[in-house]
Design a protein around this ligand. Structure first.
Ligand code: KG4
Ligand code: ZN
Length: 347
């Protein structure tokens, strides 16, 4: 099984192209349009789509060169078909179809969220028979039970409103931090006292918890932070930014981690795999490590460069599909901005 898999990711603002052979990452090149959004405070889909168009060929060429292969060496093409921004997804999927057709090679239209988990195989090796996956990023917060990354994923829960990274970015704006606020809050939080301000933990108690054991909700927390800031300003006090950041991070990470470990225990899984850009968060990593020791569960988190959006995650998932003998996608599939979490490959 030494097929060469080309992975293409263009669901949001990163054009990621990677090549994987037999579980080995030969090249992983990413171009991003993130710098263009700081002045808008958020991604502008039209700018992102145009940036993908401009970056696609140079990124592909750079990946082929880094892997020292040519397009003719490629045995299968995998691409993100959703979820994501419609224009951005369309650029990658159209390019992938054209490549697969021209090379006469199988085409796999895959799920971005599953890719965030699949990439971990390239770093930490084969997955166990079953495990829990937690994907946390600017657009997603999902808990899933994975029995086979190529064929069997069960959605356990996810956010009912904001994603974890999105909540960080919104609170970053409230604190006057540059976009995206996530990394800035992380840095500030390390200087603050996480016990100074106790913010609410969504869906973590009583009936809410019973009804939503694996779901998340961060919008109430965001409102609580906004109220706290308003209160300080109304009283003419200086904003305790570091303590707010620390209290807020603590609330988000505690719920994310507690529910993930609960899912491991209830589903008799001894491994937790965490992916997505938010897994760069230092508090989440600390709490995951603490939980790992406390509950005897192995926690696998890929290095940060594989947690943010990249082509390696899609090439890794393509490799799993080819290895498992899963049938490719037909060339007439369309992108699906709200692709179901349990769909691994689009038919
Ligand atoms: O996975 P990603 O690169 O893009 C998608 O959203 O798919 O994740 C980016 C998100 C942003 O919301 C960013 O603020 C957040 O991850 N993020 C962080 C940290 N680094 C990135 N949030 C908290 N702490 C961090 N260190
Ligand atoms: Zn992502």
């Amino acid at each position: 099984m030494n097929e060469l898999i080309l992975g293409i990711e263009t669901s949001c603002d990163e054009t990621g192209i990677a090549l994987v052979r037999d579980g080995e990452l030969l090249a992983d090149v990413t171009a991003t349009s993130m710098d263009e959004y700081a002045r808008f405070g958020g991604i502008i889909p039209e700018i992102a789509s145009r940036a993908h168009l401009e970056s696609f060929i140079p990124t592909l060429d750079a990946a082929l060169e880094a892997a020292r292969v040519t397009l003719d060496d490629v045995d299968a093409v995998a691409v993100t078909a959703g979820p994501g921004l419609v224009g951005s997804l369309t650029v990658g999927v159209t390019a992938a179809k054209a490549l697969a057709l021209a090379l006469d090679k199988p085409f796999y239209a895959v799920n971005h969220i599953v890719g965030h988990i699949a990439v971990d195989q390239l770093v930490h090796g084969e997955f166990p028979d079953r495990f829990i996956g937690l994907v946390v990023s600017g657009g997603h917060s999902h808990l899933m039970k994975v029995s086979d990354i190529a064929t069997s994923i069960e959605e356990l829960g996810g956010t009912l409103d904001d994603a974890a990274g999105e909540a960080f970015d919104k609170v970053g704006r409230l604190l006057g931090l540059p976009y995206p606020g996530g990394p800035h809050i992380d840095r500030l939080a390390r200087e603050g006292d996480r016990r100074a301000i106790r913010f609410p933990r969504g869906l973590s108690r009583g009936k809410d918890k019973a009804r939503h054991p694996y779901d998340y909700s961060f919008s109430g927390l965001k409102t609580a932070v906004a109220r706290h800031i308003e209160g300080c300003l109304a009283r003419g006090e200086e904003l305790p930014k570091a303590d707010i950041a620390a209290g807020f991070s603590d609330a988000v990470c505690e719920v994310l981690i507690q529910k993930a470990f609960a899912a491991c225990q209830v589903n008799d899984c001894d491994t937790l795999v965490i992916g997505g850009g938010f897994s760069a968060n230092s508090q989440l990593r600390d709490m995951a490590e603490e939980g790992s020791r406390k509950y005897g569960i192995e926690v696998r988190i890929p290095p940060i460069r594989y947690c943010t959006d990249n082509g390696a995650m899609i090439a890794a998932l393509g490799w799993s599909l080819v290895r498992a003998g899963v049938a490719p996608s037909p060339l007439d599939i369309t992108v699906d901005t709200g692709l179901s979490r349990e769909t691994i490959v689009v038919r």
